[in-house]
Design a protein around this ligand. Structure first.
Ligand SMILES: Cc1ncc(COP(=O)(O)O)c(C=O)c1O
Length: 379
């Protein structure tokens, strides 16, 4: 099998799996119980919180365990919007966010009456920083912009975005979806008020995530219940899962630079070969993008046909964000980039890992070339 869809999810690290299984067996007690079994479970989870905070350069009280980045995004954006709505009802995001951010803003606009601006991107997927600056107002309470886009891999300049937001309105909170950055490029949480992370993108458990919330930001909780997670996310703690987050993160951060260099060399090689093929165009720009993601179009071909022809060779790629893969329309990101229709409709996303080998990419390229020669183009 040649798996080239690591942006969608990653295989579970064996060390994580083994430790998780033993935690499930040995530490089942409720972390809020007052007897020693509960205290032991709780202390493992709090150790994970402290270590996670340490690795991210923040305080343990600023780490909230969640069920994944979709929940972290919802908790941050809705929680912030509800908390600060007396200050203003204006929110800003970008046109190329993950569905868990995009649809949250749509809901805040359509159901809760907030005023939302979606900042546009250019043909390379780069955010229009001037438009962002122009749109921030006195009543703007939140800006949410992703770090690394999950479809084309563009990297947004978070440093610059922070500068713009702070200069225009000191009270505006900044949330950043850092899912596709963690374990791949450095993340600096001192620049943001809120950030979202997911474990299953870094060889951890599905249903496991973190929300970073700095001390000076308050949120209205989405799950009102007990004292868990500082009252921001009630309900009996999923202790074994939360305990595994720190180990997952430590393993992901190990040799981050070396892994980056290796993946970058694979990416350059694949890009070079793809560019020699007729009808293939690159959608991921070479500059300001993550080497872990490569999006290209095979003009005139149906991407689903290519995907399934590759699948027949046990090669796995995707056509667009997995969360929107069952919809028939073109990807929201590629549409926002105003790419020609023929390009936007024929996009394929491959994504690499440090586990990807040179042999695998060679085999993938061989199969793709064969498929492009044998399948029919769309009329
Ligand atoms: C950029 C981005 N944000 C959020 C998510 C949602 O993460 P999760 O699957 O943990 O809910 C994903 C995953 O597809 C993603 O790529």
């Amino acid at each position: 099998m040649i798996y080239l869809d690591y942006v969608s999810t990653t295989p579970l690290n064996k060390e994580v799996k083994n430790m998780y299984q033993s935690l499930l067996n040995d530490y089942f007690a409720n972390a809020d119980s007052l007897y020693s079994l509960g205290l032991q479970t709780s202390s493992l989870m709090e150790k994970s919180r402290s270590l996670t905070a340490q690795m991210l350069g923040v305080k343990p009280t600023e780490i909230i365990f969640t069920s994944g980045a979709s929940e972290s995004n919802n908790a941050a954006i809705k929680g912030c919007a509800f908390q600060y709505q007396n200050r203003g009802k204006h929110l800003i995001t970008s046109a190329i966010e993950h569905s868990s951010v995009h649809n949250t803003f749509i809901q805040l606009r359509d159901v809760f009456g907030f005023d939302v601006d979606f900042i546009s991107v250019n043909e390379q997927g780069m955010l229009d920083l001037q438009e962002l600056e122009d749109k921030i107002r006195e009543d703007t309470i939140l800006v949410s912009i992703m770090y690394v886009n999950n479809e084309i891999g563009i990297i947004n300049p978070i440093h610059k975005i922070r500068e713009i937001v702070s200069q225009k309105n000191k009270k505006t909170k900044l949330h950043v979806d850092m899912v596709q950055a963690l374990g791949k490029i450095p993340v600096d949480l001192s620049l943001v008020d809120l950030a979202s992370f997911s474990a299953h993108k870094i060889y951890g458990l599905k249903g496991s995530g973190v929300l970073y919330k700095n001390e000076s930001t308050s949120l209205v909780p989405l799950i009102s219940a007990g004292q868990q997670e500082y009252g921001i996310r009630g309900g009996t703690s999923n202790t074994a899962t939360h305990t595994m987050f720190a180990k997952t993160l430590r393993l992901a951060l190990e040799n981050q630079n070396q892994k980056y260099q290796y993946v970058q060399s694979l990416n350059h090689y694949v890009r070079k070969v793809l560019m020699t093929l007729d009808d293939v165009v690159m959608n991921t720009p070479e500059m300001n993008s993550s080497p872990y993601i490569l999006n290209f179009s095979c003009i005139g071909y149906k991407p689903e046909v290519i995907l399934h022809a590759l699948e027949a060779q046990e090669c796995y790629v995707s056509t667009k964000s997995t969360c929107s893969s069952h919809k028939n329309d073109v990807s929201r990101t590629l549409a926002a980039m105003h790419l020609p229709d023929a390009v936007a409709r024929s996009a394929i996303r491959m994504s690499f890992s440090d586990l990807t080998t040179q042999n695998e990419v060679e085999e993938f390229l061989f199969h793709l070339k064969t498929i492009l020669k044998t399948i029919k183009k769309q009329r």
